[in-house]
Design a binder for this molecule. Structure first.
Ligand code: ATP
Ligand code: BTN
Length: 334
């Protein structure tokens, strides 16, 4: 990522600006500015240069550009952002970086994934230009015992970003414990957190997020369960803007992984689609049923079994079968 391009784009987003002013504001010579504007053109921007008004962004590229995403962010907390045309899986890529000792925080976005995956190696459909398929490589400072909270933090960030662009209360984003975000009962996003370690760089976590953005429809196997922001909002959504908002929200949430997590949990519970419902849960091939009563202080699910005992389940060990009977939950939670 070229930082001068980020600075230029930040200024241009505020409206037309004379080239001399832009060069001075970004600390560049006129010659350097010209060459950077040329790079932006090569990256897909259409930038007009008027003799009086100066430079103006006419069209931004459809595909994700790292500098464009960074220019939408207020907090520059990432060491780098990479945008790829295609990769098997951004999680696999971030794991590779972490395993060879690269230090985060790094963000990887791909236009398409050929082997996008969900929990337990399930296939994650990641069509070209249709979503945000992204992973963060993070070397968190907080003790490892807090790291399992990251899925909950990310789920809330995704829900809040969706809320910020989609305001129909009937489609209020819900969190289906542990890693899905639903709107109108359909899955719009999923989260996959994985960990690794390097002898010198230490342990790391890869936080993968798949957010369906501009799909108009889904393959028959997903048509009944999946949705996209475009389907929900009725129009195309700007992915670079969304990516910037998501990274900003993630930064805010991640700062609460140790202290402040109770406030996160309260918001997550308020958006839970499972609390108060009876669930059938698959734990290592064995199905058990219980009432999802609450989340524990780490975001694990407290399940009240038929015999009255309480079981605490962590995200890594279980899959849910559709909730059957809702107990004391509003109708849209079912
Ligand atoms: P659980 O309730 O146990 O979390 P799940 O079906 O949500 O079950 P996950 O592992 O969380 O399972 O998610 C992977 C599943 O998501 C896939 O098996 C597939 O059914 C579904 N899926 C794949 N690609 C997409 C997509 N782009 N959008 C929505 N859903 C998808
Ligand atoms: C799930 O619902 O089980 C989680 C889906 C996570 C998908 C994202 S897309 C970006 C990153 N790369 C992957 O291969 N998976 C995650």
């Amino acid at each position: 990522m070229t930082h001068a391009l980020v600075r230029i784009l930040k200024h241009l987003r505020q409206g037309p600006v004379p080239t001399g002013e832009l060069a001075a504001a970004t600390g560049l010579t006129q010659g350097e500015l010209r060459s950077h504007l040329e790079s932006l053109t090569q990256k897909g921007f259409d930038i007009a240069v008027h003799p009086l008004l100066g430079c103006e962004i006419r069209v931004s590229p459809e595909s994700l550009v790292a500098e464009d995403i960074a220019s939408r962010m207020k907090t520059h907390w990432l060491k780098d952002i990479s945008t790829l045309a295609v990769t098997p899986s951004t999680n696999s890529l971030a794991l590779e970086y972490g395993t060879r000792g690269e230090r985060g925080p790094l963000a990887f976005f791909a236009e398409a994934q050929t082997a996008g995956r969900g929990r337990f190696g399930r296939v994650w459909e990641s069509g070209e230009g249709e979503g945000l398929w992204m992973s963060l490589l993070l070397h968190l400072n907080e003790p490892i015992r807090f790291w399992p909270r990251i899925t909950t933090l990310a789920a809330l960030s995704v829900a809040k970003v969706i809320e910020s662009i989609q305001t129909d209360p009937r489609l209020f984003p819900q969190i289906k414990w542990p890693n899905d975000i639903l709107c109108g009962g359909k899955k719009v996003a999923g989260i996959l957190a994985e960990t690794g370690s390097h002898a010198q760089a230490g342990p790391f976590v890869v936080l993968g997020i798949g957010l369906n953005v501009n799909q108009k429809s889904f393959p028959p196997s997903l048509a009944h369960t999946a949705s996209s922001l475009r389907v929900l909002c009725g129009s195309r959504v700007d992915r670079a803007d969304l990516a910037g908002r998501l990274l900003e929200h993630l930064y805010q949430s991640l700062s609460k992984i140790e202290t402040g997590f109770d406030s996160i949990l309260a918001s997550v519970k308020a958006r839970s689609s499972v609390i108060g419902t009876t669930l059938s849960v698959n734990i290592g091939g064995e199905f058990v049923e219980g009432l999802a009563e609450d989340l524990d202080p780490d975001g694990c699910l407290r399940l009240r079994m038929e015999n009255g005992t309480l079981r605490t389940l962590s995200a890594g060990e279980v899959t849910l079968r559709s909730p059957r009977v809702a107990v004391g939950a509003p109708a849209e939670d079912r």
